[in-house]
Design a binder for this molecule. Sequence first.
Ligand SMILES: [Zn+2]
Length: 347
Amino acid sequence: MAEKLLVRALKGGKSTRIVTLNGKKMTKMPITLEKLPGLKTLNLQNNLIPKVCSEISTLTQLTVLNLGNNLLEEVPEEMKYLISLKKLHLFGNRIHRFASGAFDGLQNLILLNLNNNQLTWIPEEISRLKSLTHLSINHNQLASIPKELCFLEHLSELQLNYNQLICIPEEIKFLKMLQKLLLVRNNIEVLPEGLCDLINLRILDIAGNIIQIFPPGFQHLKLREFYCEGNPLFLKQPVTAVKQEDIWSLQEITSRFIMNQLTEKNPFLMQAIEWYPQVRNIISKGRKCAICGKSFLSVWLECVEFVSPSKNWKISKNLQLVPLQILICSYKCFHQRGPNLFGIAQV
Ligand SMILES: [Zn+2]
């Protein structure tokens, strides 16, 4: 049947550049496709196709492939032959795996739509899609995304709504072209500080997560739209830190000493540190106190500061003040805090 339909679709003869066979109840792809090497667009939406035929590998000039709403279970290896492909629609299938090498030849792909599938993971090889600008994986079962996804330097739109994401990698800061980030209805508790480096980000939607507080610097993002309904955001009310002052470990004491000496450019330590990569590695994780500006390693008081959202942000109604995470090195500094800063009770 598939072949007959194709013949009928090819009224224009072999020079046909577009084939559309949507909603034809086809259970396989027409293999005579291989006789159409000049094909540019192939629409096979809303059929019952469980597998991509190997003949598709001859379509090296294809720029748009739509296999949305079929019965595919994987992103097949044959994709790698579609070296001219720009847009690939695979939404509404049963995809739960990627064949190895599937992304190898897709150097020109700019749009990948994997919405409404059953994906639980994304392979590191996604980083091979060098030209990708739009990636959409809404309504899947992703628990995480690989940091390699953050190496797609042209990505401007990333949609990950309705998954099971717990966190977003710190490497998100490398997505310098990102303008739109949608993370609606996941299980995200903490946003990475790297998010604050996304200078082109204009639309951020984190509605329906479990975020209480935003990373430092968040208020400087140049957003146009920001939505955060359905998160247990901290509201402005005095919260007092009840945690007792910890006894610092030797590592904490030593690290603080070294980091602060290095800030003051102690010549002896600056020279010595060259010889101790492990020490450099440890102190590279140091953070700065928001009050005194000195460094600490792993012991701090977590506070929240409430700042007004930027006037340029179009925001959700529940957000009057943005709760920002502030870390403070000691009780001494905590007692010198401003009136807008509150300690967070440790439970
Ligand atoms: Zn301090």
